[in-house]
Write a protein that binds this ligand. Structure first.
Ligand code: NAP
Length: 312
């Protein structure tokens, strides 16, 4: 891990996912002093992603492996990396002051927000109770616990379908419960999954409760959203992929979020506060992909340099 040398930087990048790591690489390669602050291991949502087959340059790569490659690229020009859960960002004159939950204070001339999004909870009884005991939000982390078992995946987007397909490499059978009569996932992702003999789709079905014994999940209670018929489905694990919410709590007082909490930027990744930029999934954007986050990061890294040059 790159060693942290100081508390005052040209640029502090908050969040070390694909967007943040790319912004850090571009800014440090332009000879700026850069700190990436992240509340956990670098990689962001890449760490919850199994196989990626739509990131240019790799026919297929596992999320955590791509995270490692990106981290090595991001730190090769001197960017520092430190653990820190950012609690607040304040603008003090020309300076941006960043405070972590441990009370550490960092200052920078410019900030790049790259905190991404967090997986949404389903919000049904049993979900919190059985979290880590059969309820999971990460196939790549927890799939191996379910070799030759029956799993339920909840959701119908790219994440549900792709992670469900990954789970079929371990489990005997994966049943995907979809609340509407159709999937939201991209057609190519759907087509591949429909041909997977270990994957089954049940449409118009919502989970109303996750049930289990003292130790672990044993199944889910369901309702058919068309007929109203209720039922119960036995399973050894439940993987939840029902979308994501922005991780923007530390920035709520800056006036840069839209009504749904995503950060608003212009095409240069600038927010309406001079010197504060945002990239990747945390932005109010059309497409949330590794490729788009990386593109945003490149633009922001370059624009930060331009902004600081103009301040001289
Ligand atoms: P998403 O696209 O927002 O899909 C969420 C899915 O969960 C939808 O099918 C939604 O149903 C369903 N859902 C929401 N609330 C639910 C509830 N309470 N009960 C049951 N189902 C519920 O989220 P995502 O799949 O996490 O993807 C997030 C973003 O990342 C997307 O832009 C996606 O394209 C992108 N992504 C891309 C790739 C890739 O390109 N390979 C891989 C993963 C993610 P409705 O359809 O009825 O709303």
């Amino acid at each position: 891990m790159a060693e942290i040398k100081q508390t005052n930087y040209d640029v502090i990048v908050i969040g070390a996912g694909p967007g943040g790591m790319t912004a850090a690489m571009y800014a440090s390669r332009a000879n700026l002093s850069v700190l990436m602050l992240d509340r956990g291991i670098y990689g962001g949502n890449l760490n919850n992603t199994a196989e990626i087959e739509n990131y240019t340059g790799f026919k297929s790569i596992m999320g955590p492996d791509l995270a490692k490659e990106m981290y090595e690229g991001a730190t090769q020009f001197g960017a520092d990396y430190a653990y820190g859960a950012v609690e607040k960002v304040e603008v003090v004159g020309e300076v941006k002051q960043i405070t972590t939950d441990m009370g550490d204070v960092f200052t920078a001339k410019a900030v790049v927000i790259a905190t991404g999004s967090s997986q949404r909870k389903l919000g049904v009884p049993g979900e919190a109770e059985f979290s880590g005991r059969g309820v999971s939000y990460c196939a790549v982390c927890d799939g191996a616990f379910f070799k030759n078992k029956h799993l339920i995946v909840v959701g119908g987007g790219d994440s549900a379908v792709e992670e469900g397909a990954f789970l079929t490499q371990l489990a005997d059978k994966v049943t995907v419960l979809v609340r509407r009569d159709q999937l939201r996932a991209q057609p190519i992702v759907q087509d591949k999954a429909m041909q997977n003999p270990k994957m089954e789709f049940v449409f118009n079905t919502s989970v109303t409760e996750i049930v289990g014994d003292d130790m672990k999940v044993t199944g889910v209670k369901t309702v058919n959203n068309v007929t109203g018929e209720t039922g119960e489905l036995a399973a050894d694990g439940v993987f939840i992929y029902v979308g994501s919410d922005p991780m923007t709590a530390p920035f709520k007082d800056l006036g840069i979020l839209n009504a749904k909490g995503w950060v608003e930027t212009d095409a240069t990744m600038a927010t309406k506060i001079p010197g504060i930029f945002a990239v990747g999934d945390v932005r109010d954007t059309l497409l949330r992909q590794v490729a788009t986050a990386v593109g945003d990061g490149a633009i922001a890294g370059q624009q930060v340099f331009k902004y600081l040059d103009e301040q001289k």
